[in-house]
Design a protein around this ligand. Structure first.
Ligand code: AKG
Length: 232
């Protein structure tokens, strides 16, 4: 379901979508954001090119320990990559668009780190999402809550459940993003499969259609009820 920002008040959003936990795409929310103009690959390279962001493969592949994935070193410390290098990687046809597990910037500290904190000025939290639910858990338990995400074709986040079972709002500034959404109540084994040969990463999920022996996992994914949601 896609609605324009003018068609939906914050109260209607809560009643019709948030409370019954129904996904919705709201268009027009980012039209005035400076990010829409400023966050082009050229401009980002110019302003933030030497700053390091945290990439990761969409999901570490089966048998590859999480701590050895790009994005963290053998001791679990973050590994970061200069943005101009990442952008070059993403633009190179023989890399980003072809790798088994394309790198994806997924940086939850960009807004706090010197060097990239200026990006905070380029967007604002839309009126529908201004209530800060993480306030209720206290600062000590607040998980990362704002992310910069970007990548080449076929990159993406692996299947996951968000911190503290919350839901995030997402804005797409360029490109297209395909989603697999699982409704509340989906058995954990379908969202976070552990079987041998089932990979959680986006490119595998979408290309191999890991539906399980009887397609049960696929049936749980929301796209069995609606057309597969695509942003952009
Ligand atoms: O944009 C993505 O790749 C995933 C974003 C995400 O992890 C989320 O909304 O929970």
């Amino acid at each position: 379901m896609a609605l324009g920002v003018c068609d939906l008040t914050p109260q209607q959003f809560v009643e019709r979508y948030e409370r019954p936990r129904i996904p919705v795409v709201i268009t027009g929310l980012a039209d005035e954001w400076p990010a829409g103009r400023e966050w082009t690959p050229e401009r980002l390279a110019q302003v933030y090119g030497s700053h390091k962001f945290k990439p990761r493969p969409a999901w570490p592949r089966q048998g590859l320990a999480v701590r050895r994935a790009v994005g963290s070193d053998d001791d679990g410390y973050a590994v970061r990559l200069r943005l101009d290098w990442f952008l070059r990687y993403a633009a190179a046809g023989h890399h980003g668009g072809r790798d088994d597990s394309p790198l994806y910037v997924f940086d939850g500290t960009f807004a706090d780190r010197e060097g990239s904190s200026g990006m905070r000025r380029d967007y604002e939290v839309p009126i529908y999402f201004r209530e800060d639910l993480f306030n209720h858990v206290g600062e000590r338990r607040r998980p990362p809550y704002r992310w910069l995400v970007m990548g080449p074709a076929r990159s993406g986040s692996g299947l996951h459940i968000d911190p503290l079972a919350t839901s995030a709002w997402n804005t797409l500034l360029a490109g297209h993003k395909r989603w697999a959404l699982f409704p509340p109540g989906t058995p954990r084994c379908h969202v976070l499969p552990r079987e041998q040969g089932i990979e959680r990463e986006a490119v595998s999920w979408f290309s191999k259609r890991h539906g399980g022996a009887h397609g049960e996992r696929e049936r749980w994914a929301a796209r069995s009820e609606e057309p597969e949601p695509q942003q952009g």
